[in-house]
Write a protein that binds this ligand. Structure first.
Ligand SMILES: [Zn+2]
Length: 179
């Protein structure tokens, strides 16, 4: 590196380090989860542990309410310095009348956003099933089907291990059931 290059690098560093920091004051850590949602959050923490992943388990607010998108069952809101917030729609098939597996999948999907910082993933496996629980349309990828009419494969419990693998490791190999 010539001396003029060194000067440019130093000048640039000087400029960057003079930028005023305007980050908002971080919210203190807080944890508030409805009792009926807590078992699924606890299950997520346990699964995360088996994958050796540390999640910010003491920083989360979950409330029942209306997500911004009218057709969504839940949403995760992330903002710098703020406690991650999940809003779950109580309505029939979203929560109230949902199976345990569907509730788990919904909570795991939102925690995928809020704690694992994952985005949506749209692609599909060779058999047409979604490649990820993080798909934006259907979180019942491993849920037991409650309406068997017109649905050839309703019991998808055996798919759960793959979807959990993929949640914590997006490079998880294609499972045998999807080939
Ligand atoms: Zn989502």
């Amino acid at each position: 590196m010539s001396s003029s290059n060194v000067f440019i690098v130093l000048a640039l560093f000087g400029l960057l380090s003079c930028q005023p920091r305007r980050e908002p004051t971080p919210e203190p850590k807080q944890y508030s989860v409805p009792a009926e949602v807590e078992p699924y959050v606890k299950a997520f923490r346990e699964v995360a542990q088996t994958y050796g992943q540390t999640v910010p388990a003491d920083n989360l607010i979950i409330t029942f309410g209306q997500p911004n998108r009218a057709d969504a069952c839940a949403q995760c809101t992330l903002a710098a310095g703020q406690t991650p917030r999940i809003t779950i729609k109580m309505e029939d098939l979203c929560w109230k009348n949902a199976s345990n597996a569907e509730r788990e999948a919904l909570v795991f999907h939102e925690l995928g956003h809020c704690w694992l910082k994952r985005d949506h993933r749209n692609d599909r496996l060779p058999n047409g099933a979604y490649a990820s629980l993080m798909n934006p349309d259907d979180v019942s990828v491993y849920a037991v089907c409650r309406y068997p009419i017109g649905e050839p494969v309703c019991d998808k419990r055996s798919r759960r291990p793959y979807y959990l693998d993929e949640l914590f490791n997006p490079a998880a190999p294609t499972p045998t059931w999807a080939r």
